[in-house]
Design a protein around this ligand. Structure first.
Ligand code: AMP
Length: 452
């Protein structure tokens, strides 16, 4: 491997970024909102490692999935183990369920997480190699209400951040009873169009025809609107399940759009699959948000615009545990992509709460005053009074300028004399008045001055 030049050494790897305080405030706001809604609905926090055995992802995601085919960061350790930087959160949660004996917990086991995921994608806006997700998983129940709850938590998170136009694209992929017949018909349809398919899809056709529905290549995308729909092949149970999910969404006034060709990339999905978009007025036409069940099958799905990127997605994965070698366990989950939500918050001018600048500023002049300030800062913190400072500076004017810049109302000045006496000069910057205050009266005085 060629050695990195000094310039290259001080750059983040392609598609990965430092997240500075400006953006972190957005991330924090999303996480706080999502967490509080998730906790209300009984989800508990969990953290899993960033590294897992690569096998945990290979079969569950599917050897033919984009992530496994092209995007997983894997490496072999000196001991010979093949590890992967986690590309997604669901398979690790399933592993954690087994490893931590969660089968003995009350079901469904409802968990949420936040953190980084890694995919070797071509970086572009909204697509990074390290990205962050807030995710939810509910394990051990097949009731449609839990699908709707997962969707609701993600939807409400966006809504309460200020997105008025989030919409759920939803479909059912059926189960292992009814999906094979659909896949066969889909394969039959695409076989007839074989010459129009892209190179990857020609290969995927044999391995997993559902993947063709996802293909972004123009030629393949053009074939999609005439392709057979899963909804016409759902067995009675899957149809009822889907209908029920949609009825819960209606009940919760969660707008959705039946996207008959939504398949999502991973092998483990079955029944409900969904993605969350922001409805745009220009190029996205939503045919009917409110139709559900069989009515909806008559509803002509419009293609989601190729330019739109999903803010989140998820679905039911009742077959995943069996793929991992465990006993069958119905489960459903979903995640929001935090970078994408942040980008949209900025675009739509939905800033996180501004950090409130402290209204008190501490100025010290001379070594004794600096020592006293060191202790005083802690007394003010304990009293719940936010205070600004510039303790490394010694010049009065410089410190006064900073105080003025942040808009401090009260400035506390300690010089050599005050440090000896245990007093402060308290200056009200708004009224340009000042007085001497003794230590034992300080907190009380600050509070009353701030209230004015
Ligand atoms: P997925 O795990 O593929 O179902 O993705 C769930 C959500 O994570 C997507 O809807 C995106 O918002 C986000 N996401 C997935 N991949 C990326 C990526 N490479 N960069 C940024 N966000 C991503």
């Amino acid at each position: 491997m060629p050695k990195k030049t000094k310039k290259e050494m001080v750059r983040t790897p392609k598609g990965m970024h430092d997240v500075l305080h400006g953006d972190l405030r957005y991330v924090e706001k999303i996480m706080e909102k999502a967490q509080s809604i998730a906790e209300f609905y009984g989800f508990l926090p969990i953290q899993t490692p960033h590294l897992e055995f690569a096998d945990l992802f290979l079969r569950p995601l599917g050897e033919t999935s984009e992530v496994v085919e092209k995007q997983m960061y894997t490496f072999r350790t000196k001991g010979g183990d093949l590890f992967a930087l986690r590309p997604e959160g669901t398979a690790p949660i399933m592993r954690a369920y087994q490893e931590n004996g969660m089968s003995s917990w009350p079901h469904p086991v409802k968990l949420y997480y936040g953190g980084s995921f890694f995919r070797h994608e071509n970086p572009q806006k909204g697509r990074y190699r390290e990205f962050r997700q807030f995710g939810l998983e509910a394990l051990g129940d097949s009731d449609a209400i839990i699908d709707a709850i997962v969707i609701k938590v993600l939807y409400l998170t966006l809504k309460e951040i200020g997105f008025e136009n989030a919409i759920i694209h939803i479909n059912s992929l059926g189960d292992k009873e009814c999906r094979p017949a659909y896949k066969k018909e889909l394969a039959g349809y695409y076989k007839k169009k074989f010459n129009y398919l892209c190179k990857d899809c020609k290969r995927r056709l044999k391995e997993n025809p559902l993947r063709l529905l996802d293909c972004k290549e123009e030629g393949c995308a053009e074939l999609r609107p005439q392709a057979p729909k899963m909804i016409d092949h759902l067995c009675e149970q899957c149809k009822n399940h889907f209908k029920s999910v949609l009825e819960f969404l209606d009940e919760g006034q969660i707008p959705y759009f039946l996207n008959h060709y939504l398949a999502r990339g991973f092998e483990y999905y079955g029944r409900t699959v969904f993605e969350i978009f922001l409805e745009t007025n220009d190029n996205e036409k939503i045919v009917d948000k409110k139709k559900s069940g069989e009515d909806a099958s008559a509803n002509n799905a419009v293609e989601k615009p190729s330019t739109a990127i999903a803010l989140g997605g998820g679905g039911r994965y009742d077959e995943l545990m069996a793929i991992l070698g465990g006993k069958g366990l119905p489960a459903v989950g979903g995640a929001l992509g935090l970078e994408r939500v942040v980008n949209e918050m900025k675009r739509l001018n939905l800033p996180p709460q501004k950090t409130i600048q402290p209204k008190v500023f501490l100025i010290q002049i001379g070594p004794a005053a600096k020592k006293r300030s060191f202790r005083l800062m802690e007394e003010l913190r304990a009293a719940g009074i936010p205070v600004g400072e510039s303790l490394t500076r010694d010049n009065l004017k410089t410190q006064l300028n900073i105080a003025a810049k942040i808009g401090a109302k009260i400035v506390l000045i300690i010089g050599q004399k005050e440090a000896m006496e245990g007093s402060f000069i308290m200056r009200n910057m708004y009224e340009s008045t000042q007085e001497i205050v003794m230590q034992n009266k300080l907190l009380e005085k600050i509070k009353s001055e701030l209230k004015k």
